[in-house]
Design a binder for this molecule. Structure first.
Ligand code: CMC
Length: 428
């Protein structure tokens, strides 16, 4: 027998059988609940989408209580151990791990699209020397839509695939150019001999040497960080990508909006905020006073807490282990001891325990980025590069879903009743 939810409307005494599918009821079924035929029908009120599924997705699964994260069914721990970012991006986008032939073609396609149009460089040169890299990044990604007007053919599978390749291939270049612009160094061309992450390090850090050779440990660490950040189901920026994309705009414009959502300190800006917080705390002795302030509602412990994870974020566990490998190469971050102490104290404190606040992906990632030589304001950009794969996979899934239409939430209007315009000189 089909599962249903029975609702009795006390206003009318009527009973409604609402079908349950995949553990959810359809909000539109509630519209049958009316007090009169001309009544609009019942709505749900869910600010910040705390309990509303807006799509069906096959891409990423999270069990927030158990700390489980799967891409297309594969545990994040196994991907971080055995895969690389380019392969993981393929998995996220196309649903299966590639055959070695498919992987070769995919890697080659990406390598062949790493070059940026010269005018993108000129565009980036127009920014002030101290422009925030994320502002530059999201502007440049949006500007790409003017370079690829064919991207408007969003219902052409070949065109979509080409834009996916272009985006994944070009975002490291944009990020690297943004960085080089800010420090006043010339742009570095991509090197097709290097891996995706290795080439990114090349475009960032190459000086006068004929060929840049990335340190294998740092190259792998960056690649693992990219795997960990590639997708995270319906978070703020992904929802932005889906919402903007639902208007059928091209993927570059939608991705600029997703990147803007990621920029905020409650989302992808948190890794930058963690380092600023650790620097501000200054020493281990100041941690108890800082925790007291957080508990009093004066600021947040950045890098802690998550809407979905109510246990240790599995990505944070992997990053914490990886930090040791990176620090063996770069030397230990002076902030690491403080981060460890902060975590120890918070995990024993009733305030954090009772609210199930654990370290999230951003708590330790910034320490690694800093040790690798990235300035703080580049951190959100480092998040946006791999998340590009997730954004476009979610965008395509939304476009291909026959149930999706332009996203358009309802509201509960609580403003003024109709009233007549008041002439300026008679207003109080
Ligand atoms: N420090 C102190 N208290 C916190 C924190 C924190 N980091 N996070 C949540 N709380 C408290 C919050 O004050 C509230 O307490 P009360 O019930 O007494 O009012 C309770 O915990 C629930 O918090 P919430 O704000 O309702 O939770 P949310 O699901 O709306 O917010 C969050 C999730 C990630 C925005 C939030 O935990 C936060 O601001 N964390 C710090 C920023 C951060 O690290 N963001 C990165 C998220 S992971 C990367 C990503 O996906 O972007």
């Amino acid at each position: 027998m089909a599962e249903t939810l029975t609702i009795t409307d006390n206003r009318t005494g009527k009973r409604y059988e609402i079908p349950i599918e995949d553990g959810a009821i359809r909000a539109m079924d509630l519209r049958r609940i009316k007090v009169a035929p001309e009544d609009f029908g019942m709505m749900t009120y869910d600010p910040a989408f705390m309990n509303t599924a807006a799509c069906r997705s096959r891409i990423t699964f999270i069990d927030g209580d158990k700390g489980v994260l799967l891409y297309r069914g594969y545990p994040i721990e196994q991907l971080a151990e055995h895969s690389d970012f380019v392969e993981t991006a393929y998995l996220i986008l196309f649903g299966e791990l590639p055959s070695s032939q498919d992987l070769d073609r995919w890697s080659q396609d990406i390598t062949l699209h790493t070059m940026l149009h010269e005018n993108i460089k000129k565009f980036l040169e127009g920014f002030r020397y101290d422009a925030h890299p994320m502002g530059m990044f999201l502007s440049a990604v949006g500007a790409l839509s003017t370079f690829y007007p064919d991207a408007k053919n969003i219902f052409d599978a070949d065109s979509r695939r080409l834009q996916m390749i272009r985006l994944i291939a070009k975002v490291p270049g944009i990020a690297a150019y943004v960085y080089r612009h800010n420090i006043g160094r010339p742009f570095v061309l991509p090197d097709n001999e290097l891996s995706y992450s290795g080439n990114f390090l090349n475009m960032l850090f190459k000086m006068t040497e004929p060929q840049y050779r990335p340190h294998p440990v740092l190259e792998r660490a960056l690649d693992v960080l990219f795997i960990l950040h590639a997708d995270h189901e319906q978070n703020c920026s992904t929802s932005a990508m889906r919402n903007i994309g639902s208007s059928h705009v091209d993927p570059y414009s939608a991705l600029a909006g997703a990147a803007a959502a990621l920029y905020g300190p409650l989302h992808g800006g948190a890794n930058e905020a963690v380092l600023r917080m650790l620097t501000e705390i200054g020493s281990k002795d100041n941690i108890p006073a800082f925790i007291t302030r957080v508990k009093a509602g004066e600021g947040r412990l950045m890098g802690f807490g998550h809407r979905v994870y109510k246990s240790y974020d599995p990505r944070a566990k992997i990053i914490k282990r990886m930090a040791d490998l990176v620090f063996e190469v770069t030397g230990k971050s002076p902030l690491l001891e403080m981060a460890l102490e902060l975590e120890r104290i918070a995990l024993e404190d009733e305030y954090f325990v009772s609210r199930k606040l654990y370290p999230n992906v951003d708590f330790y990632s910034g320490l690694i980025y800093q040790a690798m030589g990235f300035p703080l304001d580049m951190f959100p950009v480092l998040f946006a590069i791999p998340r590009t794969a997730g954004w476009i996979a979610q965008w395509e899934e939304m476009l291909m879903d026959p149930e999706q239409r332009i996203a358009r939430p309802r509201q509960l209007y609580i403003g003024s009743a109709p009233r007549d315009y008041v002439a300026k000189d008679t207003r109080r």
